[in-house]
Design a protein around this ligand. Structure first.
Ligand SMILES: [Zn+2]
Length: 390
């Protein structure tokens, strides 16, 4: 065999044998999947998404994916994600669409995104491996270890107090971060990560906290104090689940009644904290529950005539969002029975909203949103609160 023919065979064989080898789902925040590599074309891997279920309900969800694929360098892989026929309140719907991208990373820290192809309910991605492993995720991940790094960085700052409001179902600490002076004339509460697959709340609150600890932030903290429960559904974040806590409770539902302390200790802990604040005469002026979805709107939870003043205040807040942040989406008057927004208004007289961030597209930036974009919005919120509490 002459040397050129030999080289040709080497090249052909290298290409033929560059193939997917394994899907790793054994790491922090990894989603579980029923995966298999195609038996005839080992450059194709199919992953069936696994649902998490609400207790005694038809509700289930599987918008979260986060896994690592190991392949021989040189592999041109096709990744097919299936089993997205989500059921929400008995209705089918997709947590993905033709606009869904896939986040990719070599090290789980620096992420970029590739476009997806959405056909017949399946999502397909094509990727070239120039390394032996790549991470894939539905949204840029923010893990418990990221929260721990963040808390370690800010603890010790005299403007910061981190306390524990209670524990999750599995015994993890539920932190409340306070930034600024508790005797400031106003205060705002933010909750992140009620739904585990929606990390925007963590990116936003981290951006907000960073901005309030900058040298020029004194004027903001003179006017208001910030309280944050950064990761309400920590157990599901740890386990790579989508929506419910590990006992099958939706932490953004049934706020029209006192929390079930056995099955929803994450809600109970927050309620206990809120009652303690109210008893101390420190009821928050505003509460914001941060989420991700495919719409990206602010939900006004009680758009009724008898709550005209609430609606007016929230409208003013949203106008300030338009003016001082990259948010452009809008405000919807959808009643979401039992959401935190509605429950806090009704039961505690706290102005509250559900603030969604579109995870597929940030219209105000004309791009697919990444963690840094949400951090920027968090920084911009500093001015929004300043104007709102004028
Ligand atoms: Zn949500």
């Amino acid at each position: 065999m002459n040397k050129y023919l030999a080289l040709f065979f080497v090249l052909v064989c290298t290409n033929t044998f560059s193939q997917i080898q394994y899907v790793n789902t054994a790491f922090e925040n990894a989603s579980q999947a029923d995966w298999h590599i195609d038996s005839t074309n080992k450059n194709i891997v199919e992953l069936g998404m696994i649902y998490d279920h609400e207790r005694s309900s038809v509700n289930r969800a599987n918008g979260h994916w986060h896994f690592q694929i190991q392949a021989e360098p040189g592999t041109d892989a096709t990744i097919i994600l299936k089993n997205f026929e989500n059921i929400w309140n008995g209705r089918a719907g997709y947590p993905v669409s033709a606009k869904t991208n896939c986040m990719v990373s070599k090290d789980g820290k620096k992420w970029w995104h590739i476009p997806g192809e959405f056909i017949d309910g399946t999502l397909k991605f094509k990727i070239h491996f120039d390394t032996d492993k790549l991470y894939f995720a539905s949204v840029e991940p923010y893990r418990i270890s990221d929260l721990e790094k963040f808390l370690a960085r800010i603890k010790g700052n005299p403007l910061v107090q981190v306390s524990n409001a209670g524990k999750t179902s599995e015994g993890r600490n539920l932190e409340i971060i306070r930034i600024g002076n508790p005797n400031a004339p106003h205060s705002v509460f933010l909750r992140g990560r009620a739904h585990a697959w929606e990390p925007a709340g963590n990116w936003i609150t981290e951006g907000l906290v960073n901005s309030l600890l900058e040298k020029d932030a004194a004027k903001y903290l003179k006017r208001y104090c910030v309280y944050i429960m950064p990761m309400a559904n920590k157990d599901a974040v740890a386990r790579g689940r989508t929506r419910f806590n590990t006992q099958g409770v939706d932490l953004n539902r049934k706020w029209d009644a006192p929390a079930d302390s056995i099955h929803a200790p994450e809600k109970h802990a927050f309620e206990k904290w809120l009652k303690m604040m109210i008893a101390k005469g420190k009821k928050p002026d505003l509460a914001i529950d941060l989420h991700n979805d495919q719409g990206g709107n602010v939900h006004v939870n009680l758009p009724r005539e008898d709550n005209k003043e609430y609606t007016e205040r929230i409208t003013r807040f949203v106008d300030l969002l338009y003016r001082h942040t990259w948010f452009t989406e809008g405000m919807t008057n959808v009643t979401n029975p039992g959401s935190l927004g509605e429950g806090l208004v009704k039961r505690f007289g706290v102005d509250a909203i559900i603030y969604e961030f579109n995870y597929e597209w940030a219209e105000g930036l004309k791009k697919v949103p990444m963690g840094e974009d949400w951090k920027l919005l968090g920084k911009q919120l500093r001015e929004v609160f300043y104007q709102y509490f004028k």
